[in-house]
Design a protein around this ligand. Sequence first.
Ligand code: NAD
Length: 482
Amino acid sequence: MQYKTELFIGGEWVAPRQRGHIEVTNPATEMPIARVAAATAEDLDLAVKAARSALPDWKAFTGAQRAVYLRRMARAVEARKDRLVHLQTLNNGKTLAESEYDIDEVSNCLDYYADLAEKLDHKQGSPVELPVSEYVSQTHFEAVGVVGLIVPWNYPLLTSTWKLAPALAAGCTAILKPSEITPLIELEYGDIAREAELPEGVLNILPGTGADLGGPMTHHPDIDKLSFTGSTATGIKVMQAAAQSIKGVSLELGGKSPILVFDDADITDAVDWICSGIFLNTGQMCSATSRLLVQEGIYPQLLERLKEAVGQIKVGDPFAPDVTMGPLTCRPQYEKVLAAIENGRHCGARLLTGGSAGNAEMKGFFVEPTVFTDVPLDSDLWQEEIFGPVLAVRSFSTEAEAVELANDSPYGLVATIVTNDETRIERLTSALEAGHIFINGPQALFVQTSWGGVKKSGIGRELGPWGLEDFLEIKHTTRFLK
Ligand code: NAD
């Protein structure tokens, strides 16, 4: 398979000015896959110039005109689905089933924002109700401008699309910076853009490191807005840098989300949702429900069933159809997760299952699905995001205690509630500090619903109409009627 390895600027594949490269690795084998160009500040200047010169025409199109391109991109994604699934599993390590889900959601998201771009035309110039009759005020929506989209490696193509589709729908032009760990996947968007005949410069893709490219993006005077997904530590740097030029920022950051299971819950269902909430994508989910709170009455039975279910998870080659959990995506993450497990062994918690590097027969960044119970509240295991397949469990006695434990975190991305008591669901929905609450089910994400967190989990909301608003400025006209 041939990979795209250059920079995509102004509709062309070009070599980086400084000729630097990033080695891209297969996390299941630790073998190199490709050498990808590493962009630096000089390449960024060229990409920003291309995006700036494409902006006036792209912004002047109607939403309906932009929708045509978004739909063409969706069809181009569908047409190369097998290739994208393969590439994502190869570079990221997620199973084929997980990659397939992501790629389907990518085309779905492009189509959804094509629809919203069309609807935007009908909202332009809508009147505002005023308390006086001698004035008329109208609302206009305009693209924010040139936007910098910075993403991590855990859902590469999907996270990029959650930003790119609304940005293009709004009339912005973009510089997309994939993670240096998984750049092969987003580079495919260059060919997709060409096939969709997207005007040159509307989308520019620069792989590169955080230090040599991400940092310069946050300081660049001609980038109007940054949409960032990644760790809270980097999010703080992005926000600080953006403050210098009062750039808009939206931040989708880390989490240490709770799942609360009450005595009246169906244990079989609860165990299913607990497992998918922490072991999908090898636990590399910002929304992983990595803190499990179980009411005392069912604690022993639930732990027994959970241990059995975790024992069924098959770790291994993500291309194998019977494998349900692939490797972690990169060595630093692998080492971080193993260190967190090692700390967990010494913090006073009890290891219920797992706890070792995975699959002994293979090289690769494999880790066993791991569960610690009776985890001390002040331990890193309970407090810190691990971003791997490691679950921390505690019991609680009352609803009030459960809420206090759940909210005792600097993060607030999601929470899951498992109970059949409707009034309790109502109380918890308002009491839990999170951007999205899943009730009696898995983490079902729909492009129509919002995504984002409170507290240190971020600022702003992606997806739904809120995702589009994030890339729009509001302009009002107010006219005096003589
Ligand atoms: P990271 O913060 O290390 O990197 C994210 C991106 O930022 C990468 O492209 C990186 O190159 C770039 N970057 C690094 N330093 C930069 C700087 N100084 N300025 C600008 N850009 C810089 O995160 P990661 O390790 O790639 O991803 C894991 C983290 O992402 C986890 O904390 C996870 O919770 C979070 N995440 C959040 C969401 C969400 O929607 N809330 C989704 C996925 C991942």
